[in-house]
Design a protein around this ligand. Structure first.
Ligand code: MGD
Ligand code: MGD
Ligand code: SF4
Ligand code: MO
Length: 869
């Protein structure tokens, strides 16, 4: 796309397509009134349901008057369980449902040529025709080679739960079902999984006294059904100290006691130096390290554990001065070096200690952009506040008390070394023993040991996203951004089929990832189906578009966001049907499976994937969304769907035992149990396998060379798959290679916007948001002076792969060497109203260097030049 945005919008703005998409602007009241039977004039009703404007499942109470949605209020019944209050997006959600720019009828492309500036020649077709066209295509691909179908979803998972999609694709026979976690927070999950066999831990905010937040943006990018924000606010009122480590003054940093503007990507140096100070100050929970982690396991010169004949790792038993597996009666040494059969072994903790010894605050200060005394002070405060050795009694139960926590989200995660950054965070937490202790990090279902083992390093890969293959060996989450890279040349990755069809359900995938131009290129080569509410950029490349109902018009289930004190399930259900759309997402899937001849297999797989017991789906029987979600709701909550439609959720409170004693305490503590991985030996075994396969296959080497711009592929593999985090992890590829591009570019989310930006078409949000519908380029005032630009000036931000135009916002809220541009803007699809097509599409200039361990996309590693337009 070489033309300027202005030319481009002018050109496509004239296309007839818009007429087809936006022809019917409804008389809202009249349409809505039809949807749920007749209403008495003046009648007002309230519905408790669940917000799905984003991924948070907040409770809502929806006011319907004369059959028309009038307002959304928070559902006060959720407060006890998980959620208090709604955000501006949730409150204005009715305007997404009553958005005249929604897709209302199935659309068929008549122009086979595809491109951003090419008129698809949309024609409206009947539902029957659309379903038949797609089912016919599905039947042919299924007969030929089912792997040629790729199913993508993003928000779709949160709307209805992805077990439906797993069932659909598995009944069809394709391995290629792709969710979006690697463009979201996968590296954080993978680090947790490798370390303690689960993901999504939470800070115990009710008791935490000292919280370091390292790049979690949850006062803008709402998380955890807003529990994190209100629990943080309450903790602050109670006296908890909040430290924000982040290159940008986010809303969270603005509310913190202290903002530490770390240099982008260098947090890991800060963390390693913190560990250094903790060890130096003896702020180490030795009991925890011995009893819960593999810190005592003996590591050889090859990085592997010393094991007995049964493969059990050995420790140095100080009771007998010999090597023993850690069983009852054994007293393992935490530190030291031991000679066994003439070979040198150190405990895993000693290995870490020896490495970290050289990483002092003074040594890393300049690189990470934080004064040495600040790092020292924070580490000391953290160590003191951890109260190592102390206990607390709650409800009569005596518990370990470590009221400190280090929380993060995409800031240190959405990067080339996201997994290792997060490993460093977990190591600091393990050193002070603040895991599954009161006030620390609560794990929630730890101990899935399959996550904690070496990867099989599949080659050739079976999946188009290379998940768990030699390329991305521990990618336990779908690698969404990789799909459209691989499709350019599947053989290069050892894949022996070329996909022919892609279905996109509630995702604007190629728009949301990095190196987007290449992502969109591949859409020209496949038959594409979009199930959408808006004519997004992805839908613009579709061959068939199905309209969908919104969360105020459709059923949807999702198990909710756990909190330390509760568990719950959420439901939403139709309150109106604004444009009289006959099918919702799931019903489209039922219809397609039926017409393409795999309906019974689909039902069978639904039973399997959801692990349904009573009731189950019965072969041959027809289901609509209501009866289908009734089955799910009954299985999950023991209640009929009427309960769900009355309350919008089903919640349970948990007691102190479940909260603190059923996680690490039962899974890891003591002799004879598996241990949390202070040291990730599994990565050493994975590394051996990756090296072996790379030596055997030149194409693997070629891919790594391209991803990391490094001829020393073996060195890169060693660094990536290191069992402990290292200094090298502070240097992602563009930091090493993009000389001449002086600024770090970071991206972030805004309160009034959801993801790629379907809220941008929401008129109410545009009126209340201070940014008038566009994002700007955050530049520090010193830098702005040097560049000779000021507020409102137009600048070019240029990376090695592209340029964008943006409007300057001068601020002291960002580092002078860093430029920030938010996500959610720069739409170009003609299906959006003109006023929703403002701002800069930052993803166009983001480089692609995936995290080799877990497949995470690199959002925050690109370097740029900035100059006046
Ligand atoms: N309003 C709104 N809320 C949302 C969403 C939304 O689209 N809109 N999306 C939801 C989803 S799917 C998700 S995954 C979550 C994401 O929630 P978060 O991850 O908390 O939010 P982001 O804005 O993606 O986070 C990036 C933060 O990291 C900072 N950062 C960038 N580089 C670095 C760095 O090198 N070091 C450090 N320490 N910080 C850095 C940025 O300044 C920014 O504040 O939000 C959820 N909530
Ligand atoms: N630069 C930058 N890029 C980022 C991020 C960032 O912070 N900065 N964040 C990343 C993150 S955390 C994520 S999770 C990804 C998200 O990337 P995507 O998965 O692409 O997410 P969305 O843009 O939310 O796509 C959801 C789509 O669902 C549609 N939709 C909404 N409601 C419904 C419905 O009821 N039915 C149907 N059928 N469709 C519906 C919306 O119109 C929208 O097009 O983006 C990533 N990209
Ligand atoms: S945080 Fe998300 S789910 Fe909660 S009210 Fe806002 S948009 Fe809705
Ligand atoms: Mo996300």
């Amino acid at each position: 796309m070489d033309m300027s945005r202005r030319d481009f919008i002018k050109k496509v703005g004239l296309l007839s397509a818009i007429a087809a998409v936006n022809a019917e602007i409804p008389v809202i009241a009249q349409e809505a009134g039809k949807s749920r039977g007749s209403y008495n004039p003046g009648e007002t009703r309230y519905f408790r349901s669940t917000c799905k404007m984003c991924v948070n499942f907040c409770g809502i109470k929806v006011k319907l008057q004369d059959g028309v949605l009038r307002a959304v209020y928070p559902d006060e019944n959720r407060a006890l369980y998980y959620n208090r209050g709604n955000c501006p997006k949730g409150i204005s959600g009715i305007w997404n449902t009553y958005n005249p720019y929604r897709i209302k009828k199935p659309l068929k492309r008549t122009n086979p040529e595809k491109g951003p500036d090419v008129d698809p020649g949309w024609v409206e077709i009947s539902w029957d025709e659309a379903l038949d066209i797609v089912a016919d295509k599905l039947r042919k691909i299924r007969q030929d080679d089912p792997r040629k179908l790729i199913w993508h979803h993003g928000h779709g998972k949160y709307l209805i739960d992805d077990n439906w999609m797993k069932a659909f694709t598995s009944a069809f026979g394709t391995p290629n079902m792709i969710h979006r976690t690697t463009v979201c927070e996968a590296a954080k999950h993978v680090a947790d999984e490798l370390t303690w066999g689960g993901h999504e831990p939470l800070p115990d905010l009710e008791y935490c006294n000292y919280l370091i937040n390292m790049g979690g943006n949850y006062f803008e990018a709402e998380q955890w059904a807003r529990w994190l924000d209100h629990a943080t606010v309450e903790a602050r009122e109670r006296g908890m100290k909040l430290i924000a480590v982040e290159p940008r003054l986010s809303n969270l940093a603005g509310k913190a006691d202290e903002w530490i503007p770390v240099r982008p990507g260098k947090d890991i140096l800060f963390l390693l130096a913190m560990a250094n100070v903790l060890i130096e100050n003896n702020h180490i929970d030795r009991e925890f390290l011995k009893e819960y982690t593999n810190a005592t396991f003996l590591v050889g010169e090859d990085g592997k554990f010393l094991r007995d004949r049964n493969g059990e790792p050995l420790v140095w038993d100080t009771a007998t001065d010999s090597t023993r597996p850690y069983i009852k009666g054994v007293v393992p040494a935490l530190e030291g070096e031991y000679s066994v059969n003439g070979q040198r072994y150190r405990t895993a903790f000693q290995v870490l200690k020896d490495y970290i010894k050289g990483i002092t605050p003074e040594g890393v200060s300049e690189e990470c952009g934080v004064p040495a005394e600040t790092i020292r002070r924070i580490a000391t405060e953290f160590g003191e506040n951890a109260r190592i050795g102390s206990t607390i009694e709650i409800e009569g139960v005596k518990l370990r008390y470590r009221p400190v926590c280090l929380h993060t989200f995409r800031g240190i995660t959405a990067r080339e070394y996201g997994v290792q950054n997060n490993r460093a965070r977990l190591i600091v937490m393990m050193l002070v023993g603040a895991i599954d202790a009161v006030g620390g990090y609560l794990l929630h279902h730890p101990g899935k040991t399959s996550y904690m083992e070496p990867s099989r390093c599949e080659y050739p890969p079976s999946r188009i996203d290379l998940k768990k293959s030699v390329f991305l060996p521990h990618a336990s989450h779908d690698v969404s951004q990789q799909v459209m890279e691989t499709m350019h040349n599947p053989e290069r990755y050892g894949i022996d089929y070329q996909p022919e069809m892609q279905i996109f359900f509630a995702t604007n995938r190629p728009f949301s990832t990095s190196h987007t131009e290449r992502q969109f290129e591949i859409l020209k080569k496949t038959f594409n189906v979009a199930i959408e509410i808006l004519m997004t950029e992805t839908a613009w490349y579709a061959d068939i578009v199905f309209p969908d109902r919104t969360y105020l018009e459709a059923y949807g289930y999702k198990g909710g966001r756990w909190t330390p004190h509760s568990r719950h399930h959420t439901l939403h259900y139709p309150i109106v049907n604004t444009f009289s759309i006959p099918y919702q997402n799931l019903e489209i899937m039922f219809e397609l499976a039926r017409r393409a001849g795999f309906y019974d297999e689909f039902l069978e797989k639904i039973n399997e994937k959801f692990k349904l017991k009573d009731p189950v789906f019965e072969k041959g029987k027809t289901y609509d969304a209501r009866s289908a979600f009734d089955i799910i709701w009954r299985n999950r909550t023991g209640q009929s769907i009427d309960q769900g439609m009355k309350n919008g959720f089903y919640g349970e409170l948990v007691g102190v035992e479940e909260r603190y004693l059923e996680g690490a305490e039962t899974k890891f503590r003591g002799p004879g149990k598996p241990k949390m991985h202070l040291y990730c030996e599994e990565l050493i075994h994975t590394k051996d396998r990756v090296l072996e396969l790379t030596r055997e296959n030149d194409n693997i080497r070629g891919v790594f060379e391209e991803w990391y711009e490094d001829g020393d592929v073996e060195g890169r593999i060693e660094i990536n798959l290191s069992p402990i985090p290292r200094k090298e992890h502070a240097y992602p590829t563009p930091h090493r290679k993009a000389s001449g591009y002086p600024f770090y570019l970071i991206t972030f989310k805004r309160m009034y916007r959801t993801q790629s930006g379907f809220c941008n078409a929401n008129p109410i949000l545009n009126q209340v948001s201070h940014d008038s519908g566009f994002n700007d380029v955050w530049i520090h005032s010193e830098t702005a002076r040097e560049l000779g630009v000021w507020n409102g000036d137009v600048v070019i931000v240029e990376s090695r792969i592209g340029k964008l135009k943006g409007i300057v916002r001068v601020t002291e809220g960002i580092r002078p060497d860093t430029v920030g541009i938010s996500y959610s803007y720069g739409h170009w699809s003609p299906g959006y109203p003109e006023w929703a097509r403002k701002g800069s599409w930052v993803n166009r200039i983001l480089e692609y260097h995936p995290d080799m361990v877990g497949g995470m996309n690199s959002f925050n590693d690109t370097r740029v030049k900035v100059y006046r337009a």
